[in-house]
Write a protein that binds this ligand. Sequence first.
Ligand SMILES: Cc1ncc(COP(=O)(O)O)c(C=O)c1O
Length: 331
Amino acid sequence: MCRFSFVLGVSAFLAAAFLVSRLMQVARFSTRVGCVYAKITASTAIRTAMDDPFVYLNGTLTPLSEAKVPVLDRGFIFGDGIYEVIPVYGRTLFRPSQHLARLFRGLAAVSIVNPHSERQWLELIDEVVRLQPAADQLVYIQVTRGVAPRVHAFPHSEPTPTVFIMSNPLIPIPASTREQGVACVTMEDQRWLRCEIKSISLLGNVLAAQNAAANDANETIQFRDGFLTEGSASNVWVVKDGSLIGAPRDNLILEGIRYGLMEELCAADHIPFKTQRISRAEVFAADEVLLSSASKEVLPVVSIDGHTIANGKPGPIYKKLYAAYQAAKIA
Ligand SMILES: Cc1ncc(COP(=O)(O)O)c(C=O)c1O
């Protein structure tokens, strides 16, 4: 009985210590983020710190379950917004400047006012990251044009953009999946012609991802008029005769942050790197096919539509790039 009370006491103490540390982080938030005001109560912090992660919404840190957006938000009504996903390793953002630069380009491309400087964005993201229990995370940022009467054209008086930041644990791809490689399926690219914009209007990508899920595949590789574009949520690479080849950086693909990274890693490892239009036949005849994204990092594809790629095993260029990627994460 005495031992039971002791264990109970220690558990209560540890839980209290965890909650106090979260509260202190939240309290610090109000003082650190100059022009943005965080409003949060101690009771919500205690109630939600463990199982309902804190997110940032329009100046407020709040439990995810309490974050609400008006139905006239143009993100909800029109998909009128831009998003970004940034990997975090050991609580450190990976390539934050490149990710924020892409967010800023997307906002400018659709004339949504960027509400924060890069420094302010980094502070906001940092606070959300600090409030999560996991060390490795995927930060999700969404900015919409804001709330306005439902008229398609931009509102006459510019609404305040809606800003949302959340962060989820980054679940690593199992080593066994990496060793075996993954299966993909293909589909005609049905998306719009501004795929370079990381728009929250993702119905085409959703249908492509569902096509992969329905066929028990890791990803759908899309083709437009017979030429490779990209995956539902990843860039696709072909290896031929020792070179890494990617689809051109144009309006038909989203230029992943890993797109530039692959180019850098290839240069460092003396792997020739090219971008060119890649036909369907060239994809199927490749020596290796790879996917890249924030969550997949770089991942080998060993079959497409049931057709085996090369010898059906992850190849040497994948292995080099994966090792280089791991080194870049801790550099
Ligand atoms: C359509 C699409 N292409 C490419 C990528 C890869 O981008 P990144 O390397 O920045 O994750 C993504 C990532 O989500 C994507 O959604």
